[in-house]
Structures are given as C-alpha cells and as structure tokens.
Design a binder for this molecule. Structure first.
Ligand SMILES: Nc1nc2c(ncn2[C@@H]2O[C@H](COP(=O)(O)OP(=O)(O)O)[C@@H](O)[C@H]2O)c(=O)[nH]1
Ligand SMILES: [Mg+2]
Length: 446
C-alpha cells in the first residue's frame, strides 16, 4: 500500500528557533487541542499521531523527547543548541474527506522533518563563485564592519604569495571564524563558509582551513594557491554532498528568521536580513544553479518564512510585524526573480513564553508582554517599541545604509519558557503554529 511522505525542511540561522519550532510542532501534532487552524485536526480527521523510526539510518534523530522535557518539565528551560542535521518521523492517521474517504478508511501520512542549519544553505551561493570572487565580496563586507578588524590585522601580517605554512593558515581560518561568529552575533546573516561556524567532525580539516585573501599572485606552493584549492574542495566535498543528501529531497520548507532581533540590531541587520532572504529564496529556485537542477528530483512547492518569537510583542502589533515580513518576502521574490513555489510570510511563536498586559505609563496605555527574564529569573514587562504601520519606514533607511533608526529604538529581552500546566489533549501554547502547519501540510492531509 502506498503511504505518502511529506519531507519538511526546517532551517534558519543558529538561534533562529528551529529546535523549539520542531519540538512544539510535533508536540502539538501529537496533542492537537491547540491546533484549530489546522483543518484536518479541527475536523477530527486526524485520528492518531505517533512517532516512528525515520527512514534515514545514518542521520541523527532529532532528540524530540529531550527537547520537550526541557521545555515542559518542572523547571522549564530552552533546549541546548544543536549543531548539525537531524531528522524525525511523525506519522498521522488521516480519515480522507468525502464519499471516497468513507469507503477507503483512514490512511497513513508520514511527516519527515529535517532540521538543518541555515548557515549551510547560504553556502549554495559559493558554488557559482571562484576563490577570487568570493574573497573579494567577503573581504569588502569584513572591511565595512567593526567585527572584521581582527581578521584584517591578521591578514596584514601574512604573506599570501609566500610558501604555505599551516600555522598561519590555521590562525587565519580561526580569525575568519571568529569574525563570522561576531558578525552573526551582531545580527548579520551572511556568514560564509557556513561550515566554519558548525564544523562538526570536519573541524581542523584542510577543507575548513582557508580564509579570503586579497587579489595578488599565487605561485605554486603558495598559501594563496593552496587556499584557492581548498575553497574548491570545500565546495565539492562539503557543500555539494549536503545538498545532494538532504536538501534535494525536500517537499516543503520553513525558513525561520528573527526579524525582531534584526530590527533591534538596527538598519544594517535588517538590510542584511533582506539580502539573506533573497539568497535563500534563490537557492530554492531550480534552474538557477546547474548543480541544483541536476540533483533536484522533485521540487519544493511551498516555502514559509516565519519570524519566530512573536510572543515578544503584544498581539496588537503582530499585524505590523507580519507586514514587515511580507514586505521583505515580496522584495526577496523580486530580487531572486523567484517564481514557482507558493511562499508565505508569518509572525509566529513556537512556544509562547509571555502573557499580555495593558499598562498605563505616563498617561498613555501601553500594550506590553510580561515574562520571566532568562538571566535573573525576575518577572519583567517588555515594551519593545512601536513598529511602524508602513514597513517602508524600516526597510527604506535599511536599504539606504542608515546606521541607526531615526525614530527611537527597539528593545528585546530574553525570557525563560513559562511553567505549564497542560490539559490532557493540549500541546504547548504557541502563536499561529496551527496556521503555519495548515499552510505547510494542510493540502496533503485532505
Ligand atoms: N520567547 C520565545 N523564544 C524563543 C522561541 N523559540 C526560540 N526562542 C529563543 O531562541 C533560542 C534559540 O532557539 P532554538 O530553537 O534553540 O534555535 P536553533 O538554533 O535555530 O535551533 C531559544 O533558546 C529561545 O531563547 C519562542 O517561540 N518564543
Ligand atoms: Mg537547533
């Protein structure tokens, strides 16, 4: 008997919220009390949901039980960050709709969820560049950012056209990794080579021991010559296998981004997010990349861009956050010249960690959220600032290279997950996870 499989990719940069998203999605599909927006759940046509061994024997299993215990245990905490690809299979028994449904009885639909780092996705852009072209863009970005200073100093002291020396090579690669980390922490999304940030068992290997170099001669045996060779090795032996093995087999995709974080970090981070979204969409466009179109058998037909952690914002501002996401997506589609898959932008919270309140503050009513601060354990109310109703008010200054927002600041706080008393049949509390699930899976559960 044919049992349909949906392969759902979940990606986003480190800390975007992938682990929390998958954990809460699966918990809310197992216990569907809080999923009214997922039609198959609401109508009772999902008659059962259960975890099963995944089909890929050599991919680490997503540690669902451990992560759920962290989030919903007696002392709730955020799960540890994961560093590589993982996978989980959830199977749903679905009663088909209509006459045919009554006749054929329930069928099983398998949902294979693949969690992979967005850092690796952005590496796709390297495939159509050579070492010189990549070095030029990477160095010009590093030069324009404070975070790049240490690498540029290390580079100054090195002699790219001199004989390769592994100690210098390792030091340069480490300095470049340090820059990528700092840049990402400052809210920038472009951070290639992505595997430098999450090296896994490739750490220290030659394919990960290079760094961008300024233009110049590259005599035989020189560091410049060897770095260019390693860059090619990185593309063929690190980047391509990842795309072949994981990416090429996906049906649906969620891209998690932290739009509030970027807004808090300022116009340059928002501009960077805008470019990263276009780059990500570009990687879902078969045909653009010869390598990808050759390996991609089926096509991803739905892509959701979701900004997570919307629980940092009172719901009265969710519409404005969604509008900002939509504007970014429209722009990304245009820039990437993207047609094909259905795309959608949303503001969600995979796990709601706050409650809403309206407080009077200096004579005005302020819509705030309240939660337990992660660092101190104290209760605090957060008013992140007033998002503009017109997304252009943020996106235009970002595009024009503004350094700071003119009209005030946007704050964020880190909250701990709240203590939960779940009713039987209810999954963890969330915001619009059911709408996200309906977009991603609804049509396949009919
Ligand atoms: N308030 C809130 N914080 C979240 C949510 N999802 C993720 N976070 C925060 O983001 C951090 C990173 O999430 P995680 O899922 O580990 O990100 P990953 O690196 O993409 O897997 C968590 O430790 C939380 O602090 C959410 O729905 N609400
Ligand atoms: Mg994770």
């Amino acid at each position: 008997m044919f049992e349909p499989v949906i392969r759902l990719g979940v990606t986003g940069l480190s800390r975007a919220g992938k682990t929390v998203f998958i954990t809460s999605l699966v918990a809310n599909l197992l216990d569907r009390g809080r999923m009214p927006g997922l039609q198959a759940a609401q109508s009772g046509r999902i008659t059962a949901a259960f975890l099963q061994p995944q089909p890929d024997d050599t991919v680490p299993r997503f540690a669902f039980e451990t992560h759920l215990a962290a989030l919903t245990g007696p002392t709730p905490h955020w799960p540890d960050s994961t560093r590589a690809v993982s996978e989980l299979r959830l199977s749903l028994r679905v009663q088909p709709r209509g006459l045919l449904g009554g006749l054929s009885g329930p069928r099983t639909v398998h949902l294979d969820i693949v969690d992979y780092p967005g850092e690796w996705l952005l590496d796709l852009g390297l495939l159509d560049q050579d070492f010189a072209a990549w070095s030029a863009t990477a160095l010009s970005r590093a030069t324009s950012r404070a975070e790049g200073a240490a690498y540029l100093a290390a580079l100054n002291a090195a002699q790219p056209d001199g004989k390769l020396d592994e100690v210098t090579a390792t030091a340069l690669a480490a300095a470049w990794t340090g820059y990528l980390q700092a840049a990402r922490d400052a809210g920038y999304s472009d951070c290639t080579p992505g595997r430098f940030l999450l090296p896994g068992d490739l750490e220290g290997s030659p394919a990960l021991t290079f760094a961008p170099l300024p233009p110049g001669t590259a005599p035989r045996g020189s560091m410049a010559r060897e770095f260019a060779r390693r860059f090619e090795a990185y593309k063929s032996q690190v980047v391509k296998p990842f795309f072949r093995r994981h990416f090429a087999r996906l049906d649906r995709q969620v891209v998690l981004v932290d739009a509030l974080g970027a807004i808090h970090n300022g116009p340059r981070a928002v501009e960077d997010l805008r470019q990263a979204m276009a780059a990500i969409l570009g990687s879902f466009r078969p045909g653009r990349n010869g390598f990808l179109s050759a390996i991609t058998g089926k096509r991803i037909d739905k892509i959701l861009f979701a900004t997570t952690k919307a629980d940092h914002l009172h719901h009265s501002q969710h519409g404005k956050l969604t509008a900002i996401m939509e504007a970014l997506l429209v722009d990304a589609r245009r820039r990437a010249d993207f047609a094909g898959a259905e795309t959608r932008a949303m503001a969600i919270a995979a796990l709601r960690a706050t409650v809403e309140e309206t407080r009077s503050h200096q004579g005005t009513e302020l819509d705030v959220v309240r939660g337990t601060l992660l660092d101190s354990g104290k209760q605090a109310a957060l008013y992140p600032g007033d998002l503009p109703a017109d997304p252009g008010a943020l996106l235009s200054p970002a595009r024009q290279g503004a350094e700071t927002w003119l009209d005030g600041d946007y704050n964020i706080m880190r909250f701990a997950p709240a203590q939960l008393a779940l009713k039987p049949g209810d999954g963890p509390p969330h915001i619009r996870l059911d709408t996200a699930a309906e977009f991603l899976l609804g049509d396949r559960l009919r």
